[in-house]
Design a protein around this ligand. Structure first.
Ligand code: TXA
Ligand code: MG
Length: 323
């Protein structure tokens, strides 16, 4: 089934679809599914052939390590070595938009290819009923990068997945629109002091409150050491992006934020200035402005706290010079 994508099945969110999805995954196929952050492109993490299929479908330039998704902390503990901080964070935020990078456990079954040959691995328990039902029915962890072609915007609806990957994957489970809208926050707990690798769906402040101390800062993405997938240019719409704009130039469409957005704003991420609403709208609005055919996109400033960190991170990647 995984070798012959004549057309991608679009599956409704019901029990019969789950049976089909599980069967495809068990045979080494690729199934996109909703999580609370973005849609993931799922495959059996223990099957290197299936994992290779993900890189092929996404046209990923490198074999970046992938996040292994599991149904529970117990399942995660078979795969990774949890220190005290990791346990604390998992209890506080799982299921939810937090990924932990840990030393691989001796019983780890995630394939070397999915881990890029690293001694560590990334683990997450997603907070979405369909994702959890799927994971509960699979006897293996599931790797799932965002279900977009490499370098494109992450999908927050089944339709976005089809725009990028139709005929390249076996199926997509349609669970509606993703509530969080930006990818998970990634924290490394490989050494004693946890470190932030990617800003995401859980604000830094919340994480530091649980830990009781400030996190070590993220390594600059350009250095590419700790999170090899973090290319500077990423999450790119087709249009060129200009940040911190208060007005649109005549040839630009303006992506607004807050109550002060000018009248000619094309779309407003949140007219009430709510960062959660803005995160949930971010990727779908960038796609929509691309669809309107603009070559230039201007984006209003977004505050740098809470989910604003992740939103600014994604916008900076969208605005970075293209590789
Ligand atoms: O919200 C999310 O995290 C979504 C949904 C589908 O779960 N997934 C996602 O996966 O964003 P992806 O593949 O687009 O991003 C995974 C990130 C990459 O930046 C990768 O380099 C990093 O996780 N990563 C994975 N394993 C790692 C490891 N062992 N050490 C450091 N970074 C790692
Ligand atoms: Mg991605």
């Amino acid at each position: 089934m995984s070798k012959n994508f004549t057309s991608t099945l679009c599956l409704a969110a019901d029990a019969a679809s789950l049976v089909v999805a599980v069967s495809v995954l068990c045979q080494g196929g690729l199934v996109a599914f909703p999580t609370e952050t973005v849609y993931g492109l799922g495959a059996d993490a223990t099957n290197p052939h299936a994992v290779a299929g993900i890189y092929a479908a996404k046209e990923r330039p490198q074999f970046n390590p992938l996040i292994a998704h599991v149904a529970s902390l117990e399942a995660a503990q078979e795969q990774g070595v949890f220190n005290a901080a990791a346990i604390k964070l998992a209890h506080a935020f799982w299921p939810g938009p937090l990924t932990l990078v840990l030393k691989a456990a001796p019983s780890c079954t995630v394939s070397d290819l999915a881990r890029s040959g690293l001694e560590t691995l990334a683990l997450r328990v997603p907070n979405h009923p369909l994702a959890l039902a799927l994971l509960a029915q699979c006897s293996f962890p599931m790797v799932a990068p965002s279900a977009n072609r490499s370098g494109r915007i992450s999908p927050t609806a089944a339709q976005h997945v089809l725009e990028d990957l139709d005929d390249r994957i076996d199926a997509v489970l349609d669970g509606g629109v993703c509530a969080v809208g930006v990818e998970s926050t990634i924290i490394s707990c490989v050494s004693e002091t946890p470190r932030l690798l990617r800003a995401g769906g859980i604000g830094l402040e919340e994480i530091e409150r649980v830990l009781g101390f400030a996190l070590e800062a993220a390594t600059a993405p350009a250095s590419g050491i700790t999170a090899p997938g973090q290319l500077a240019s990423h999450y790119a719409p087709r249009a060129a992006v200009r940040l911190n704009a208060l007005q649109a130039q005549p040839d630009e469409l303006l992506l607004g934020f807050g109550a002060d957005a000018p009248e000619n704003t094309a779309l407003n991420l949140s007219s009430s200035g709510d960062l959660q609403e803005a995160a949930a709208n971010l990727f779908a609005f960038m796609r929509e402005l691309d669809r309107r055919g603009t070559l230039r996109l201007a984006v209003m400033p977004i505050p740098r706290h809470g989910l604003g960190l992740a939103i600014n991170d994604r916008l900076e990647r969208a605005a970075a010079p293209r590789e």
